[in-house]
Design a protein around this ligand. Structure first.
Ligand code: 44T
Length: 847
């Protein structure tokens, strides 16, 4: 307990105050004593109230009591958290920050609570403030890196590095302002760049709004640095809440915005523009020939958009959105019922579903095959409010698309042209040399259905809830219409999955007949990465073998022990296996399938538990051999405690690597806990992780990490501000398709031994020889996960559900072929950091 019993030295001011107000001083000193007493008795709530009183009445005690106050605050809020008193928890933090507004430890800790509650933007703001107060505060730095990606999304860097896009926007704005649009509103200003363009072009009044707090604060800094803080009025508000004259004094003649995502409408541009036309913009120009002053009418940049679509075959998309295997490990999946990713344009979308995901088609591992020509799905005029309003009531449009190549229909890919004005447009197409992603509408229901040239694909295009929806509904073949939603019965098609187990099929049929509310949708939802995991054959096969090996070893050991002690073998004796993987995992069931195993799964969602139970049943695993761990434990801390039985665990399966390519937080802590819970001869899976990496030169990674170059962006000083949000490790990388030059062989960077506490280190120096000359800009890394000494899986595997990560160096490092590079690899609380130095070079290049 820090500082709880020390006594303050009374300064001159206190003494004076004491003389002035003895009753108050009496209260302060008795409260301080009570606070310390309560703290000693671990009555943190009361201690906290006493401290608040003391520090509010006598701020002079702040320095003296800071440590104990923090300690009390953290203890008390931990208690509040554990009983779900979230509002009270945040009230405490707010009171604490009123007293200590510049306390980086309190700010960081409040950020952690906010983050856990899902308030990422707010959380990040707290980490950022803590770091500004103390740049060498490692906890805050690590937290900040973790959230920076959400706060300032990586596309900001791409956008600012996209000189073509910047110039086109600038020219379109300049033209509009010079032709008379003198009052401008930038909706979703981000870094403030479009608003600044308008001001620079000579607009008399410029307003900007931004809904993200972090981006708003960033834009304020940028405006100040460019001397425009007095001339652009920026508001932290969603444009839909803006009113005249409350927020802007009168309607404007130009709205500029780039609130578009890969699917065009995902950032709410339709709603924003409808609102802007009704409340913020001057009336639109009437006829072409009528003369009207530009300053008396309103218009929007971009003026409109054309959306394109195309059907594609793509294994990478397929394996993330539907089950492509009939067996996982040793288990038949026939009884699983339908498993779906949450990305679906189904007719009854709910909150947990999204109509599309995004990918850069050109970077998909394994590539893609276009099955049709691109078609125009939609044209929209942003200067026509009736058209914007009519969008959601437009009748569903049926498009007939000739199939041009044979292939499996996996998805519809969508991109658009953004027409800035009559002359200039930007494209997000897959062929363009731009960085934009395409929207992907995966097809779920056509397992194994092969499209053929001469077929006609029928697609429905509609606009609901301000989202564009595309749905492949049918195929016209030889004059017959084959409905795609009826293709679920895979037996209809020659190359469908075969099902060798008729009993399992019956179970599956039964499952879809269940009337239970949970089953009402007839399918269970899995995250895309969980789906890819199920489709990862090697991974499950490796687990199946490694678990099988351990289980038979332990069985033999038992038999020997029994023989030696001549105790009668008890067939009810079981091995205990615990799978603490995050999300949906079949590993517990795979363990149970070896017989004489009682498996505990950590699957939490009811529907997913049902799937496991069905699979257990259909794979002849006794019902009582599968239990759900989280149904046994109250809180997360209990996670690795075994059930209250005599037995210790024979195997504990830990999920070590996150899909994004990073080691899971607290992995080593979990491993040491798990080691204590193993029976003799028991094991943790995996037992070891080896981190591999390589030196590369990749401009792409640089462009996604920070605004590059010394040149100001369109003449504005933006880079130093947004680059504060640069993170040293890039995640969700597809190393196999990353455009880059390999500058070395693969090297072993680090080893994590999960079975051996003493074998681990936190720092390591690795020497790598450059195999050719170039600029080292990054060190991608991945993992070889050893389940036992012989069996391992790699996260770089083609079938992997994991992506890779890369440490991006802030300063590229020039090397010649043959140079030796020294890498300092650090592991701090599961976070890897890497810095590179040339051997014998005088100056280290820190990342
Ligand atoms: N677009 C990239 C990036 N916002 C997404 O908080 C997508 C560019 C791109 N603020 C072509 C294609 C693409 N009122 O900071 C964000 C966001 C803010 C608003 C105030 C509103 N109604 C909104 C709506 C959004 O605007 C900023 C940008 S939106 C995200 C842009 C492949 N060109």
């Amino acid at each position: 307990m820090p500082n709880a019993s020390a006594r303050p030295k009374h300064g001159r001011r206190t003494r004076r105050r004491r003389r002035e107000d003895p009753a108050r001083n009496e209260l302060v000193s008795s409260s301080l004593e009570s606070a310390q007493q309560c703290l000693f008795n671990q009555d943190y709530g009361t201690a906290f109230v006493h401290y608040l009183l003391v520090l509010n009445l006598a701020p002079v005690f702040k320095d003296f009591a800071r440590e104990s106050f923090r300690f009390t605050l953290f203890k008390w809020t931990e208690e509040l958290d554990s009983v779900g008193r979230i509002q009270d928890l945040f009230d405490c933090y707010e009171q604490a920050l009123e007293l200590f507004p510049a306390d980086e430890v309190i700010l960081n800790s409040m950020g952690e609570h906010l983050f856990r509650m899902g308030f990422r933007d707010e959380a990040a703001g707290h980490f950022h403030k803590a770091l500004k107060l103390r740049p060498d505060y490692p906890e805050a730095r690590e937290n900040f890196y973790r959230v920076a990606n959400w706060l300032v999304e990586r596309w900001h860097f791409l956008m600012l590095n996209d000189h073509g896009r910047n110039r086109k926007y600038q020219q379109a704005i300049q033209k509009a302002v010079q032709s008379g649009c003198s009052t401008v509103l930038d909706i979703g200003t981000g870094t403030g760049i479009l608003g600044m363009c308008a001001k620079k072009a000579g607009a008399a009044e410029v307003y900007a709004c931004e809904l993200s707090k972090t981006m708003y604060e960033l834009a304020c800094e940028v405006l100040t640095a460019n001397g425009m803080d007095g001339s652009i009025k920026i508001l932290h508000i969603k444009s839909l809440e803006m009113e005249v004259p409350k927020d802007i004094p009168h309607r404007v003649s130009l709205v500029v915005t780039e609130t578009v995502d890969a699917g065009l409408f995902g950032e709410g541009i339709i709603e924003s523009l409808i609102h802007a036309w009704h409340h913020l913009l001057l009336p639109p120009r009437r006829g072409e020939n009528e003369f009207q002053e530009q300053s008396a009418t309103g218009r929007v940049i971009p003026a409109g958009a054309t959306v394109f679509g195309m059907a594609v075959e793509c294994l990478e998309i397929r394996r993330h959105h539907r089950l492509c295997v009939s067996e996982v490990g040793s288990l038949s999946m026939a009884a699983a019922g339908e498993l779906r990713s949450p990305v679906s344009c189904s007719s009854e979308p709910d909150d947990s579903m999204e109509p599309y995901t995004t990918e850069r088609l050109s970077r998909l591992p394994g590539g893609y095959k276009p099955l049709t020509e691109p078609f125009t799905a939609l044209n929209i005029d942003f200067n026509n409010v009736q058209e914007l309003e009519g969008l959601s009531s437009r009748p569903v449009q049926k498009v007939h698309l000739p199939v041009t190549q044979e292939g499996q229909l996996d998805a519809l890919a969508v991109w658009f042209q953004l027409h800035l004005d009559e002359e200039s447009s930007l494209s997000t197409g897959p062929q363009e040399d731009t960085c934009w992603e395409q929207a992907i509408y995966p097809v779920h229901s056509t397992k194994g259905f092969l499209l053929k040239p001469q077929d006609e694909l029928i697609i429905e295009v509609s606009c609901r809830d301000a989202y564009l929806r595309l749905c492949s509904v049918a195929v016209l073949r030889d004059g017959h219409e084959i409905r795609l939603d009826e293709c679920l019965d895979s037996q209809n098609f020659g190359n469908a999955m075969s099902n060798p187990n008729p009993e399992a099929e019956l179970c599956s049929a039964l499952a879809s007949l269940q009337t239970d509310q949970n089953q009402s949708k007839g399918f269970s939802m899995l995250e895309c990465s969980e789906m890819a995991l199920l489709n990862n054959h090697d991974y499950h096969q490796s687990f199946c073998s490694a678990l099988g090996k351990l289980i038979s070893q332990l069985k033999v050991k038992w038999q020997n022990q029994e023989r030696e002690s001549s105790i009668q073998s008890d067939s009810s004796d079981l091995l205990y296996v615990l799978d603490v993987s995050e999300g949906f995992s079949l590993l517990s069931l795979i363990a149970a399938s070896h017989g004489h195993v009682k498996a505990y799964s950590s699957v939490e969602k009811n529907k997913q538990q049902e799937v496991l139970k069905r699979l257990a049943h259909s794979n002849n695993i006794p019902e009582q051999h599968l239990e759900f761990w989280l149904n046994h434990v109250e809180d997360e801390q209990g996670m690795l405690k075994r059930p209250s039985r005599e037995k210790l665990w024979s195997a504990i399966i830990l999920d070590c690597v996150e899909t994004c390519g990073l080691i899971r937080q607290k992995l080593m802590e979990k491993a040491s806990l798990a080691r204590c819970l193993l029976e003799e001869g028991g094991r943790i899976f995996p037992e070891k992780i080896v981190v591999h990496g390589m030196l590369v030169e990749s401009d792409t990674l640089l462009l996604e990490s920070a605004v590059q170059g010394q040149e100001p962006t369109l003449g504005f000083n933006i880079a130093p501000f947004i680059n504060q949000f640069t993170v040293p490790v890039h995640v969700f990388l597809d190393f196999s398709t990353l455009e880059c030059k390999h500058l070395s062989e693969c090297v072993e960077l680090f080893v994590l031994d999960l079975m051996e506490a003493t074998a681990n280190y936190t720092n390591r120096e690795v020497k790598v020889q450059a195999t050719c000359a170039g600029r080292i800009t990054a060190i991608p890394f991945w993992y070889q996960i050893y389940l036992d000494r012989d069996i391992s899986v790699s996260t770089l595997n083609q079938n992997s559900h994991w992506k890779q990560a890369a440490a991006v160096l802030q300063q590229p490092l020039e090397v010649q072929a043959g140079d030796w590079v020294r890498l300092a690899v650090k592991l701090n609380k599961s976070t890897i950091s890497i810095s590179a130095h040339i051997e014998n070079a005088p100056r280290p290049m820190e990342q």
